[in-house]
Design a protein around this ligand. Sequence first.
Ligand SMILES: *[C@@H]1O[C@H](CO)[C@@H](O)[C@H](O)[C@H]1NC(C)=O
Ligand SMILES: *[C@@H]1O[C@H](CO)[C@@H](O)[C@H](O)[C@H]1NC(C)=O
Ligand SMILES: *[C@@H]1O[C@H](CO)[C@@H](O)[C@H](O)[C@H]1NC(C)=O
Ligand SMILES: *[C@@H]1O[C@H](CO)[C@@H](O)[C@H](O)[C@H]1NC(C)=O
Ligand SMILES: *[C@@H]1O[C@H](CO)[C@@H](O)[C@H](O)[C@H]1NC(C)=O
Ligand SMILES: *[C@@H]1O[C@H](CO)[C@@H](O)[C@H](O)[C@H]1NC(C)=O
Ligand SMILES: *[C@@H]1O[C@H](CO)[C@@H](O)[C@H](O)[C@H]1NC(C)=O
Length: 925
Amino acid sequence: MMRLFILFCFFSLSPLLAEPLSMSLNDDVLGLIVFKSDVQDPMGKLASWNEDDDSACRWAGVKCNPTSNQVVELNLDGFSLSGRLGRGLLQLKSLSKLSLAQNNLTGSINANFARLDNLMILDLSENGLSGSIPDEFFQQCGSLKSLSFASNKLSGEIPKSLGLCPSLASLNLSSNQLSGPLPEGISSISALRVLDLSRNGLEDKIPEGIESMKNLRVLSLKGNQMSGAVPGGIGSCLLLRSIDLSENSFSGEIPESMGEVRALETLDLSANAFSGKLPSSIGNLVSLKVLNLSGNSLSGPLPGLLSNCKSLQVADFSRNSFTGGLPDWIFKGKFQELQALDLSSNFFSGQIPTNIGDLSGMQFLNLSNNSLVGSVPESVGLFKEIVALDLSDNKLNGSIPSEVGGAGSLKELRLQNNELAGNIPVSMDKCSSLTTLLLSHNYLTGPIPSSMSRLGNLQIVDLSYNNLSGALPKQLANLAHLLTFNISHNQLQGQLPLGGFFNTIAPASVDGNPSLCGASVNRSCPGVLPKPIVLNPNSTGDTVSGSLSPLLGHKKIILSISALIAIGAAAMIVIGIIAITVLNLRVQYISASRSAAAHALSGDEYFSESPGTDANSGKLVMFSSVDPDFSTGAHALLNKDCELGRGGFGAVYRTILQDDHPVAIKKLTVSSLVKSQDDFEREVKKLGKVRHPNIVSIEGYYWTPSLQLLISEFVSGGSLYKHLHEPSAGDSKSSISWNDRFNIILGTAKGLAHLHQMNIIHYNIKSSNVLIDSSSGEPKVADFGLARLLPMLDRYVLSSKIQSALGYMAPEFACRTVKITEKCDVYGFGVLVLEIVAGKRPVEYMEDDVVVLCETVRGALEDGRVEECVDGGLKCSYPPEEAIPVMKLGLICTSQVPSNRPDMAEVVKILELIRCPSEGMDELV
Ligand SMILES: *[C@@H]1O[C@H](CO)[C@@H](O)[C@H](O)[C@H]1NC(C)=O
Ligand SMILES: *[C@@H]1O[C@H](CO)[C@@H](O)[C@H](O)[C@H]1NC(C)=O
Ligand SMILES: *[C@@H]1O[C@H](CO)[C@@H](O)[C@H](O)[C@H]1NC(C)=O
Ligand SMILES: *[C@@H]1O[C@H](CO)[C@@H](O)[C@H](O)[C@H]1NC(C)=O
Ligand SMILES: *[C@@H]1O[C@H](CO)[C@@H](O)[C@H](O)[C@H]1NC(C)=O
Ligand SMILES: *[C@@H]1O[C@H](CO)[C@@H](O)[C@H](O)[C@H]1NC(C)=O
Ligand SMILES: *[C@@H]1O[C@H](CO)[C@@H](O)[C@H](O)[C@H]1NC(C)=O
């Protein structure tokens, strides 16, 4: 009771008293209770502060000296206290640390705080204190070592008396509204280690005498309005670890003496008006981790000595006037720590070094807005942690390397405003984190890959001002986070995707594509399908039905017709080549009933569109020596029932041209992968030149930007795979005789040898790609060289395209550093040989085991029981003197090292020797 009374007196009298009250009140408990009564404590953090307690030592946030039981520390950080700082705390005579950071305290700073004789640490940061710092504050700052008023609303000048605090080691006044100059006296505080005055409105120069601040470790004047040159004396502050003068108006040259501050880890001079050359002494700063010179007027080349700064993690030279080539020392891979490099908006010229990818930890690389030429190095694919890659606004040419797609971490790719040509790499779909893709103002061609619709994080896409063509993949409508999708000023055709973002796409984003149609471009789509179509009656959501749905309404496809393609043809004979414009199915026709459709197939009604409407027609080219009948308006049907098979590159159908000439037509499913029309035609024509009895010849092709067909010789007997592994009913084992097997091996070898002679790598040799002619029994190699139609022989694309060829793939496909040569075919051939002799698949999945054929055979050979590997179906009717050398040959062909494999011409010779054994055979047997 007594205490409460005294408390009451204290309350009512204290404002009148200059000195704290008499000894009975000189009590920590009392002072703290008074403090508590001055503030609001909405969270009840001070609930344990009970005025009836004899000691405050167990109260929250209070720490006492164990011997004297006097309060020495008060830590009330983040207690959500608000209100004014009263005088209660002035009672705590033994207080050495007072920390009230992160509260909502208001009012002004009481000058008497500094009078607490023992106070060493005072932290009032992150509150709402206002007014100016009283001059008296520093006049009595006896033992104060660390002072923070950061993040308040203090205004006015920093008192000149600051210099009277000789023991002050840390001063943080950052983020207030202080103005005026830095007090001269500051340089006399020789104990000062940390000086943070950032984010105020301080003006004027850095005072002379800074060289006497020998203990300074951290200096931040960031975000003020200071000006003038940086005094050279800064070079004497040898212990400085961090200098941040950014966002001021400092000018003049960067002092040469800066290079003497060897301990420096951070140097941020960005956003000032520094000029002249960068002193090469900066290269002495071997501990430097962060160097930011962005946004000045620095000029000349970057000094080569910077190559000593091997600890650099962040280097920003952007927005200056630096000249010369890109500093090759950066790219020599010595900067293992470098995560961010910004050289943008300078006048750098020359090429991007090809070994740029050696900077393997790179996360942010910006070379934009310079005068760089040459191509984008493929080694950018080695940046496995890259988040942003910006090469925009240069003069880069060549194509976008498909390697760019290698990084799942990539969020921003900016290549706009260059001279890039070629296609948008399909491999881009591996950049699963991509949010921003800017490729505008280049010379890109080809289609927008449908794989782009798998980049579900895309927000901003700008492909405008290129020469992109073809139809827009409908699945783009699935991109849920799109904010911008600008495809204006290209040659895109057909209908805009329906749904999602595309329903509300701004007209300006699609302008300048004369052949686009849809509501947003204010052009209704013609009632004609943009291309011939292969209908899969079972398909529900793929491209085909997608393009039909707008025409058929949203009724499910009622066509139960077994599906078809109609290729109508009108002829034009051009020097040995018959080029035929292919017209399109009319919609009305498609929506007709099954029987009507079936009958109409032979009619003419659906060819009523006149030839020459480019957007709606494709180009059919048959290589010479085809029946002239074909040119007289023939049409062909691709019937689902006539599907012969499917592979990595598409489905194959059998069809009969009007002249009863059967052909196989392969519909390439890799259409989005295919290169430009020119490249496609050049490659196909090259493949079309191959004529050999053991090779399926290509007779022609059909091209539209979105659909490609390859027309080839029809081989009647089915694939070797079927013969070996799917024997006709009744037989459990294939019944091909040894002689036939040997012929198949030899014929296949001859076919491959011929391909290699014409410099064509097959890339996809396997038993389902060897067809058997039922009349002659001869094997014919099919599906060769299709990998050449891919935009780039990217081994990842390749291996994914041919992964169905499990077990045939040469080991070098998995190894980036080994070049893929025709020896990969020799490997596949070796596996095929073993497959033919053993009658087993290259990889067999048993119940809980995987059996790899060539390992089994190799093991058996070592154990001397290789005969056991020969197909049981052959019983004993095979000559071991042929079968065993053939198996050994197969094993040699499957050597791990490509150079250990024979070439196909040698293989043919060896096989011929095996057939008629002679003296040359000894070493093989
Ligand atoms: C300060 O007070 C405001 C409301 O007056 C509150 O939203 C905020 O969370 C408080 N801040 C702290 C650090 O307690
Ligand atoms: C100054 O205080 C602010 C706010 O508490 C803090 O973020 C900053 O790191 C401090 N400066 C230094 C150099 O410690
Ligand atoms: C360099 O400083 C500028 C301006 O102060 C800033 O915008 C930029 O983010 C900094 N660079 C890096 C890499 O941090
Ligand atoms: C690269 O630098 C330019 C200019 O300096 C800037 O406009 C652009 O935003 C930067 N790129 C990224 C990805 O930050
Ligand atoms: C490109 O650099 C020039 C000069 O360095 C600068 O004036 C311009 O603003 C920069 N452009 C962009 C887009 O950053
Ligand atoms: C790219 O530009 C360089 C020099 O500017 C030139 O030598 C080279 O031939 C160009 N390459 C292509 C593919 O256009
Ligand atoms: C289509 O579906 C039917 C019945 O579900 C099935 O028998 C047929 O094999 C399927 N055809 C194709 C090409 O998928």
